[in-house]
Design a protein around this ligand. Structure first.
Ligand SMILES: [Zn+2]
Ligand SMILES: [Zn+2]
Length: 948
């Protein structure tokens, strides 16, 4: 044997080997690196920011779906000739990463505090170096066509500078302030967390009723006010009791005081809307340092804020005898003491809503602390306007309203976190009380000149830096060409879970920093606000730059947002570690290949519908890949036999990106048909992808490639490829190759690996481009759509399928050819069948076709359609004895049923009661049985004759 041709594909399809090789090749060849287009270039641009995975991340099914959808869209745009940038990066994920390293330290018996800040941060960098690129490796394996040359990390110097710049500018504009507020505090993570990072749970708990004695009542008798609470330990920090002004029960107590039990502290009775007469006793305790509503009430009444817990949720020195106790131990002691002293008057079961830290599951404690905040207006208003004006469009469309509702009820955003890992807040504290916010570390205090400045210990919420990414990752605050070309990005594909965390923040920050005056290089306007008149800066914040519609439209971080659905298990259950139904995408890939896994996710994703991931589907799509593989082998076998028949036409095809494909000489009906079908499918696939109908796109390609191309076209074209066909064979083979090549291009975005493998083989390893990923995506050529050919082929297919079905019913053995009789309703149909007699005979396994002059409608066992009747002429060769036995049993069964029915139909009582419909049905069944018995009897009679 000669050495195999480069297009000699291995006999069996092994995705593992193919995929690893191509994944490496694409990265090594830097196929998806996008040089920034020069100033004169005006190519269409498509850009997408990869939602940066956490540095601690591992690929899960949700990522896999997200990755698949993004990669399909990006490959599609790239093949359509757009300058396509898919920008990858990783998020430093402050709280998650810090926890990971803390856990690692714990295994060495060490604590973060023992290391100190500097050393701890060093440890995190080491950890990142060692483990931080797992998800990028997984992405490479998936074939993600990102531009690795532009990969960023959110803690890179460049991005860190941009974060600092954004903070300082917002501060200069009066949009960042520092203040004491009630925050959600995680006593384990020892940091403030945002509302979004708190998971709420309903649990059975207790509501305690405590009575507070009123001081100095006029009647001289003891009087009490009773309040109810689920957190009795917080009473130690009470600074008032509130009643409603309208509440007649308490009118005589306005202006009086109560004695706070256990603490023996007199606190005022105030009137405030916080107390609702309809609820409970109508009186409430006020603990400004431990409850957000009480905090507000405290400000209204100028109440002291007494903190009774420390950062670990342990009682502090303000909690008197309870100091040092954990919050739950304190609760127990407080209740015991209240009981003993006669202040606890009630206790009832009560469903309480508790908030838990999203990261560690610890119950969050509302805590008074000093934090940095972003003043949400006018940022939020602008972010609402761009969506209202449809400058950003959501798919599925219902997310638009969800987004708007949330934005219209948004509060100021607490952006400081008491962590060590993250972007440290660029603010320095001086002993004189001055706080200096600056881009560079200041050397001295602006107020007192002291050089003893301490940087604020807090870091920024991770979502602050990731909210800036659409522009900082492209070079902001510099006026880069990348920003000019790729911003606004075209699309964002992400999950619902980070709509508020991330999508909303990107819109707010993008529309602020990428609009004048912040937009770099904004024509003639100051890129940076003047710092000469500090007094006016606060004023500037409330009067934002008036933007033109165009400026507003171009400030958005992305033009479109596609929110992908959830991947659930095969039973439609949410995947969760506790249920143990989490599917690891890498395992699925190892079993069926990346192509089949991608195809499954694509074929199941329609906007807004969760995916019930079923491995049997993946198995099916692996079989699809296998089908393509075998079809390719069949093609190459013919190419080898006939001699090179594809090369010339293919080079032409590759040079003609505009049309579906060329180099295809349509000489027969099946050629015209498949050419037409290809173009129709290309048209619908392009339309489906444009509207994120990944399911429609994948299913159309599947039906075409397997159902039409492999099952019909290849079968139809076989005789033309036969050795005796000679000259015909060259054309037929060239057609086959051209069609195959174009179909690979059509499929490539969904199954990039197998398609690139076969595509390279088609060109014998000398392809016109480095990868199929860089070839042109098929666009429909309307001129090649031939409805007439599609109709004619549909009739022939219908005919063949009818014959096949009749054969199956008659249990004709596969090898046996049968004669058929056909009646065509129109002369043209008869002509069509006659012209394609060979195909009908071969595909239907037909021996001889005769045409009837009249309808076969009264012939039992014939198939009728509007265009033809067909009948298979077949003498059953059967086991006479067995068949006779079967028929006898059938007859007995029918006799029995008839007898039963008749007995009932003769029963007067039954007839009187039964609904007419039931009786009618029974009578009909009796008549049916009569006919069936007649037929079976006749058959039995015939068999009897044969048996003799
Ligand atoms: Zn926590
Ligand atoms: Zn100072």
């Amino acid at each position: 044997m000669l050495s195999p041709m480069p297009h000699d594909l291995p006999k069996s399809y092994e995705p593992g080997a193919i995929e690893a090789r191509w994944a490496e090749y694409w990265v090594k060849e830097k196929l998806f690196s996008v040089p920034t287009p020069g100033a004169g270039e005006t190519c269409p641009v498509f850009s997408l920011l990869l939602p940066p995975p956490n540095v601690t991340g591992r690929l899960h099914m949700g990522h896999m779906l997200n990755q698949t959808q993004m990669d399909i869209i990006m490959r599609w745009h790239r093949m359509r000739g757009d300058v396509t940038l898919w920008l990858p990066g990783t998020d430093h994920a402050g709280i998650a990463t810090q926890m990971m390293v803390e856990r690692q330290l714990a295994t060495e018996g060490k604590k973060r505090s023992e290391l100190g800040r500097e050393q701890f941060i060093q440890r995190v960098w080491c950890w990142k170096k060692q483990y931080g690129s797992a998800i990028q490796e997984q992405m490479r394996r998936l074939g993600a066509s990102v531009d690795w040359s532009r990969e960023y990390f959110t803690m890179d110097d460049k991005l860190s500078r941009a974060v600092r710049e954004a903070f300082v500018r917002l501060h200069e504009e009066g949009l960042i302030y520092r203040g004491k507020y009630i925050v959600n505090w995680c006593p384990r993570c020892e940091t403030a967390i945002s509302d979004l990072e708190v998971k709420h749970e309903e649990i059975p708990g207790k509501l305690y009723e405590i009575r507070y004695p009123v001081v100095g009542t006029t009647t001289g008798t003891d009087e009490f006010i009773t309040v109810a609470t689920t957190r009795p330990e917080t009473m130690l920090g009470d600074t008032a009791i509130a009643v409603n002004e309208r509440d007649e029960r308490y009118m005589h107590l306005h202006g009086k005081k109560v004695l706070l039990p256990l603490m023996n502290r007199e606190i005022p009775i105030i009137t405030d809307e916080l107390a609702q007469p309809e609820f409970g006793t109508g009186a409430v305790k006020v603990t400004p340092a431990h409850d957000p509503d009480d905090f507000e009430a405290g400000l209204r009444h100028n109440l002291p804020q007494i903190e009774v817990m420390d950062q670990h949720a342990r009682m502090n020195e303000n909690a008197g005898p309870y100091a040092g106790l954990d919050r739950y131990a304190a609760r127990k002691r407080v209740l015991e003491d209240l009981q003993t002293q006669g202040f606890l008057v009630g206790e009832k079961a009560y469903t309480i809503s508790i908030g838990k830290c999203d990261r560690c599951g610890t119950v969050v404690e509302p805590r008074l602390s000093t934090q940095w905040f972003i003043k949400i207006q006018p940022l939020a208003d602008r972010a609402i306007e761009v969506v209202e004006k449809d400058y950003i469009r959501f798919t599925p469309a219902n997310y638009r309203q969800i987004y708007l509702n949330w934005m219209r009820n948004i509060h100021d955003w607490c952006i400081s976190r008491q962590l060590w890992w993250g972007h440290r807040i660029p603010a320095w504290h001086c002993a004189c009380g001055e706080i200096v916010v600056a881009r560079e570390t200041p050397s001295s205090c602006a107020k007192c000149g002291s050089s003893e400045l301490k940087q604020d210990p807090d870091v920024l919420d991770t979502w602050f830096s990731s909210g800036l990414l659409p522009f900082t990752a492209l070079g902001w605050p510099e006026a880069t060409r990348d920003l000019e070309v790729f911003y606004p990005t075209s699309l964002l594909i992400t999950g619902f879970d980070i709509l508020f965390f991330w999508v909303a923040r990107m819109i707010m920050l993008g529309c602020w920093f990428m609009a004048p005056p912040h937009k770099p290089g904004a024509d003639g306007r100051d890129a940076r606000p003047s710092t000469s008149d500090d007094e006016n800066l606060g004023g500037r914040a409330s009067r934002p730059f008036a933007l033109t519609d165009e400026e507003l439209r171009d400030s958005v971080p992305f033009r479109e947002v596609y929110i992908h659905a959830l991947v659930r298990d095969a039973e439609r259950q949410k995947m969760s570690k506790t249920k143990g139904n989490v599917l690891d995408p890498i395992q699925v890939i190892e079993k069926y290949g990346t192509d089949a896994t991608r195809f499954t996710l694509a074929a199941m994703s329609s906007p807004g519908t969760d995916i019930a991931f079923n491995e049997s589907r993946t198995e099916g799509y692996r079989a699809f890949a296998n089908k393509i593989w075998n079809a390719a082998r069949f093609m190459f076998m013919n190419v080898d036999r006939i001699g090179s028949c594809g090369g010339d036409t293919l080079v032409r095809a590759a040079a003609d990106p505009a049309s579906g494909f060329s180099g295809f000489a349509a000489s027969t009906l099946e050629d015209r048909w498949i050419l037409s079908r290809f173009n129709s499918v290309a048209k619908s696939v392009n339309e489906s992808l444009a509207s994120y109908r990944f399911d429609e796109a994948a299913n159309s390609i599947y039906d075409f490639f397997w159902g039409e191309f492999c099952d019909w076209y290849i079968e139809l074209v076989k005789p033309r490829l036969a050795p005796e066909a000679e000259q015909n064979a060259r054309t037929a083979c060239a057609n086959l190759v051209a069609l195959f090549e174009a179909s690979l291009r059509l499929l490539h975005p969904v199954m990039p690996f197998i398609t690139d493998e076969i595509w390279h083989a088609i060109y014998d390893g000398k392809p016109p481009r480095k990868s199929l990923a860089l070839a042109a995506y098929p666009q429909a050529n309307e001129a090649q759509i031939d409805r007439n050919a599609e109709t004619q082929m549909a009739i022939l297919q219908d005919l063949v399928v009818s014959v096949r079905n009749l054969r199956a019913e008659l249990k004709v053995e596969t090898k046996v050819k049968v004669p058929v009789e056909i009646y065509a309703t129109e002369p043209e149909i008869r002509a069509l069948i006659e012209q394609n007699l060979g195909a009908v005979e071969r595909l239907g396994n037909v021996e001889k076709v005769t045409f009837a002059e009249r309808s076969l409608s009264n012939l039992p066992g014939a198939r009728h359609t509007a265009r033809f009747d067909v009948h298979v002429i077949y003498e059953k060769k059967i086991d006479v004895a067995a068949e006779r036995e079967r028929l006898k049993k059938e007859l007995e069964k029918m006799d029995k049923e008839t007898a039963n029915l008749q007995k009932q139909l003769e029963n007067e009582q039954f007839l009187a009661k039964a609904p007419t419909q039931v009786i009618q049905n029974m009578r009909r069944r009796v008549r049916e049985l009569e006919i069936l018995r007649g037929k079976a009897g006749g058959q039995l009679g015939e068999l009897g004759l044969q048996g003799i």
